[in-house]
Ligand binder design. Structure first.
Ligand SMILES: Cc1cc2nc3c(=O)[nH]c(=O)nc-3n(C[C@H](O)[C@H](O)[C@H](O)COP(=O)(O)OP(=O)(O)OC[C@H]3O[C@@H](n4cnc5c(N)ncnc54)[C@H](O)[C@@H]3O)c2cc1C
Length: 291
């Protein structure tokens, strides 16, 4: 978002460290009263001379408190998506405070917190794009974010599948190993087939994002919906094939399940992915023009 929509100065200020991973950033869109309906955010940025004064709060922010840069969607104008702008704010700017770590079902390797903004001063130059372009910029950022989350599901499901294949060859019941039961062989075949299909769809969507394809948003939504549903289901089946051991923390299957569950919720829920896809398809005179 910063490289594509930031001024030269903003890019120079933030990107060299971000691209080498020396600093990390958080994407701040969600609020307590504004989740799926992201166009209804209320965090306000009032223009005062050469700066904005930001007041409000953001909810469920990944990495909050451990990241260096916040990319924050704020309201600078009318209600609805056209009154939103995007600001890049150093995470330690005076007036920014972080809530306690939210206790989650999974994703324990990173913090998720609420962030509050009280009279936070941000130079006008830290705005990405024009005033009112923020929603569009936020959605463009999500195209890449959705590929990222889809990929996390694919990787976890692959790990679950690898372990299951080994386990089926090792674990014996009824005098033979699990791999001898045809019902389980067929389950493994379906898991692998769906995983490959999901991976290919993610690659297609990633290609479209890289190419700047006009339909990249629809394909990212398709890839995110499909890969996160398949990923969770493969992990669930893998846990089942491990029997009681799959439910134990000694094995990683229960963690895979908890960690992939949230992929169906964040970066836009899978219901919102269906909304994005169906809206676009129904706006076309001929559906085959984009498929
Ligand atoms: C661990 C975690 C990390 C997160 N990290 C970030 C982050 O870094 N930055 C950030 O900005 N946000 C982040 N989020 C927020 C996340 O993007 C939102 O939780 C998500 O968009 C859903 O919003 P909500 O929780 O308010 O649910 P709601 O919008 O209240 O939705 C509740 C249910 O209603 C359904 N629903 C809502 N509207 C419709 C509709 N029109 N049609 C059909 N169904 C609908 C939803 O799909 C969902 O099932 C994170 C969330 C979690 C859990």
């Amino acid at each position: 978002m910063i490289t594509e929509f930031g001024s030269d100065a903003t890019r120079e200020d933030f990107c060299p460290d971000l691209v080498v991973g020396a600093t990390l950033a958080s994407y701040c869109l969600t609020e307590v009263g504004s989740g799926s309906d992201a166009g209804s955010i209320r965090t306000k940025a009032l223009r005062q001379g050469e700066k904005y004064i930001v007041n409000g709060s953001k909810m469920f922010i990944s990495g909050a408190g451990s990241t260096d840069v916040l990319v924050v969607m704020v309201r600078t104008g009318e209600s609805g998506s056209k009154g939103i702008s995007t600001l890049v704010i150093p995470a330690d700017t005076p007036g920014i405070t972080y809530g306690a770590d939210l206790e989650k079902m999974g994703w324990h390797s990173q913090p998720t917190k609420e962030i509050s903004f009280e009279n936070v001063e941000v130079p006008l130059g830290n705005r990405l794009g024009e005033e009112g372009d923020g929603f569009k910029i936020a959605m463009r950022g999500l195209d890449g974010g959705r590929i990222n989350i889809a990929t996390c599901s694919i990787g976890t499901a692959q790990a679950a599948l690898n372990r299951t294949q080994k386990y089926m060859l090792e674990r014996e019941q009824f005098g033979q190993n699990l791999a001898q039961f045809q019902a389980l062989q067929f389950k493994l075949a379906d898991m692998a087939t769906e995983l490959v299909a999901a991976r290919q769809l993610v690659r297609l969507a990633a290609f479209k994002v890289d190419e700047g394809d006009a339909e990249a948003g629809v394909y990212s939504a398709m890839a995110k919906r499909f890969a996160t549903d398949v990923g969770f289901e493969v992990c669930n089946q893998a846990l089942q094939l491990h029997g009681g051991y799959g439910y134990m923390q000694e094995y990683p299957l229960e963690r895979y399940l908890r960690d992939t569950r949230v992929h169906q919720i964040l970066e836009g829920t899978n219901e919102i992915m269906r909304l994005v896809i169906s809206r676009r398809l129904l706006s076309l005179a001929d559906i085959e023009t984009i498929l």
